[in-house]
Design a protein around this ligand. Sequence first.
Ligand code: FAD
Length: 289
Amino acid sequence: MKIKEILDRGITVSCELFPPKKESELSDYHRVVAEMAKVRPSFMSVTYGASGGTSDYTVDIANEVQNRNGIPALAHLTCLSSDKQKVASVLEQLKARGIENVLALRGDRVEGVTPPADRYEHASDLTAAVLASGDFCVGGACYPEGHPESPSLRADIENLRYKVDAGVSFLTSQMFFDNTIFYRYLLELHRVGIHVPVIAGIMPVTHAKQIMRITSLSGTVLPQRFRMIVERFGDDPAAMQQAGIAYATDQIIDLLANGVEHIHIYTMNRPQIAARIFENLSSIIPHER
Ligand code: FAD
């Protein structure tokens, strides 16, 4: 099923997985995917070459999600990890497996890795190519605090328009820890006439080490309330996990209470974290998603 149709039905909560780096790790992934599927997310997204990881198994994992576990899969695809020929080949593989949803991204730049010369430049170029190659539902990324390479939030929103004009059906946001930033961003998108559904990206931070990586990658603002939690519980893994899950749950409840209908949890291969958040929301989100 296309993500666009799923979003049109009402509240959605989705999860994210990243594929293994080696073939030998694939067998453990059967368990991870099955465990994650048990929480019945509205769909599951599978990353592609993120943070220097591999793009080789995205199709396999998306296939596992959708065709073995019955959860609609959203396969990520990037410009920087693949040349145009590889993109075409991945799209054929997705079609052959009945996977209709693609998140079109430029990709993370990885130090020391030269991207292919014959590649799509921007996510908007990739979006157009995916849509031209078949009956896909394509989404894109957006950045409530502005993309780190953009001179300003306004400039980034101007560039966002390229992907919307190219035909994305939805946007998934970069993680944020202060909901006010997201609400302001939604207002700004409406003001400039961008009306595609925006899925709010929530990252449950469950250990202190994650923080440095997150802030250096995304440049996200850490609110004082959040920093106090890390300061107080960061050295105690069990306490930090509990506090991180509570913080993410709190953010999600506030988003839903304020009319945001679509939440994407950056669960990153941690089904136990997904399960605890879904449990916290069991009477809040509809059972049939
Ligand atoms: P783009 O939309 O191409 O934008 C990149 C930069 O270029 C921005 O500063 C933008 O303002 C500017 N820009 C865009 N279009 C134009 C234009 N036409 N002219 C001039 N400037 C322009 N990375 C991975 O490697 N693998 C993944 O699986 C992955 N999944 C992600 C999922 C989500 C939800 C998000 C938010 C990010 C993900 N990333 C992933 C990271 C992402 O690839 C990086 O943040 C990357 O730096 C930007 O990707 P983009 O698709 O937003 O790029």
